[in-house]
Design a binder for this molecule. Structure first.
Ligand SMILES: Cc1cc2nc3c(=O)[nH]c(=O)nc-3n(C[C@H](O)[C@H](O)[C@H](O)COP(=O)(O)O)c2cc1C
Length: 487
């Protein structure tokens, strides 16, 4: 018998016992109205993660203050508590999953391109921010959540104070790391005063700013150390997502995920798997060597159960954060518990979810059936799709840097669930096989193949439950090298 997975082992965080090590980090859903109130769609979204047995569910960024911001949840006054109470209760009624909201303060951004910066804030503004965090955290506790997470990452207020680009000259800047840490310290103290010692407080901050002149791992290690010394109960890491390098789009408010730092925050399909795990490992080791065992959450293109387990076994992380993968398949944990890894619907990191977020549209997954607001149900019935006797009739042609593939439809058994799409696999001459894309139709153009190299392709159909067909036949092609390259 194989040893029990560390991924499925419980973890006690200041009295909040997570049933396993899987975390869905905060992900804005844009399912709330501009009123910022919890509605049924939001409840359905998060209860779905609980049904899928996610260990820790972090509810999307929720504003501590009343500023306008499009569809975003709020906890800026007591009238918002009942909605949050319903959400926490429904999650607790569903499974042993634990749930904490991520609370955020952000500054004003105008369509004209103007944005408020931390250098514009005067001492009363700062005092108000500290007070707003404390009061919102108290409302979190009153709503029945298991803990609270402070959003100190990306382009938002707390993160901008931690930034190496903080230009304030007072106690909250002063070109020193101590100055940059001061607001976080004040906010944490205010939150702790309000919620008490026994209520878990997590923090999300950047392991690397990924902007010109921004901080990188060595300073992130020191920031994490201070957070641990101040008594945060867990540390969740992210990367980038800053205004400093965001693209200005005429008539649109700046969206902090449009520049290079945005790519690093939500790395797309062209990035390798696990691009950020060394950062979490570097921070965890640094803390552990200094006597702190504050749990560290690693996130960023982690999708496969064996990779996740490997990170825990090798001590590179304490918890595994998966945002887009759990959006694609909220039943990931359940499937791992039941040995149904083959049925996981794999995220292809196409970032359609990110684009929807940017346009303030309801965030859904490209891999879900068209028009659905939530992931399809996990129906453990019916059998996997299959290819008819003639196979997939996979055809290939290639020129001008494009390799075109086409194939015929896979079949399903009566009672089986509909075909949701096709995974495209590519192997190079060295035999490295990779799933390079998922598509809903029966054609695909590979624009990332080089002339002179042999590539082999096969496709697999997958149904709405993530069940995949056997591989189609394999087809090989080598694009001819343009003569001008050879000369
Ligand atoms: C649609 C969308 C919304 C997000 N919203 C938040 C958020 O509210 N707070 C936050 O800290 N991170 C947010 N993120 C970042 C994710 O939590 C996560 O760090 C990032 O997607 C990388 O992890 P992944 O590769 O597992 O998706 C969001 C990501 C996406 C795709």
């Amino acid at each position: 018998m194989s040893p029990p997975l560390k991924l499925l082992a419980p973890l006690d965080i200041n009295g909040m016992v997570l049933p396993n090590r899987v975390v869905v980090p905060a992900m804005v859903t844009r399912l709330s109205g501009e009123d910022g109130v919890i509605n049924d769609h939001i409840i359905d979204r998060y209860v779905r993660y609980a049904a899928g047995q996610v260990g820790l569910i972090v509810v999307e960024a929720t504003a501590v203050h009343g500023a306008k911001s499009g569809p975003l949840l709020r906890l800026s006054d007591d009238s918002f508590i009942p909605g949050h109470r319903d959400l926490a209760q429904r999650i607790h009624d569903t499974s042993p999953s634990k749930v904490v909201p991520q609370i955020i303060h952000f500054m004003k951004v105008a369509r004209s391109g103007w944005r408020q910066t931390i250098e514009d804030l005067d001492p009363p503004d700062i005092a108000r921010i500290i007070e707003e965090f404390g009061l919102a955290a108290l409302r979190v506790r009153e709503a029945g959540y298991d803990g609270v997470e402070l959003h100190s990452a990306h382009a938002y207020t707390l993160s901008s104070f931690l930034s190496r680009r903080n230009r304030r000259k007072d106690r909250y800047g002063g070109h020193t790391l101590e100055g940059r840490l001061a607001l976080f310290g004040d906010v944490l103290a205010a939150v702790r005063r309000r919620v008490g010692a026994d209520f878990p407080i997590g923090v999300r901050f950047l392991a690397e700013e990924a902007i010109k002149g921004g901080y990188a791992l060595p300073e992130a290690q020191q920031i994490a150390l201070r957070m641990a010394q101040l008594g945060v109960d867990y540390i969740s890491l992210s990367v980038g997502g800053k205004f400093e390098d965001a693209e200005q789009r005429p008539g649109q408010p700046l969206y902090p995920y449009t520049g290079y730092s945005g790519d690093r925050c939500m790395p797309g399909d062209w990035y390798p798997d696990l691009p950020h795990v060394h950062l979490a490992a570097g921070i965890k080791t640094y803390l552990n060597q200094r006597g702190h065992d504050t749990p560290v959450i690693s996130a960023g293109k982690i999708a496969q159960p064996d990779q996740a387990e490997g990170l825990l076994q090798s001590g590179q992380a304490d918890l595994i954060g998966m945002a887009r993968q759990l959006l694609a398949d909220p039943d990931w944990t359940l499937k791992v518990m039941q040995g149904r890894e083959d049925e996981i619907t794999r995220c292809v990191y196409c970032n359609v979810c990110k684009d929807l977020d940017e346009r303030f549209r309801e965030v859904t997954c490209f891999l879900w059936p068209k028009g659905q607001l939530q992931a399809p149900d996990d129906q453990a019935i019916g059998s996997a799709p299959y290819w008819a006797d003639a196979g997939a009739e996979l055809s290939v042609s290639g020129q001008n840097g494009r390799i075109k593939l086409a194939w015929s439809a896979a079949e399903i058994e009566t009672g089986g669930s509909d075909i949701a799409g096709y995974d495209i696999y590519r192997a190079d001459a060295h035999g490295t096989v990779k799933c390079i894309e998922a598509v809903k139709g029966r054609r695909y153009v590979d624009r990332l193949a080089m002339a002179g190299q042999e590539y082999r392709y096969f496709v697999r159909a997958f149904d709405r439950n993530g069940r995949a067909s056997p591989p189609s036949e394999t087809i090989a092609i080598t694009m001819t090298m343009p003569e001008d390259i050879m000369n």
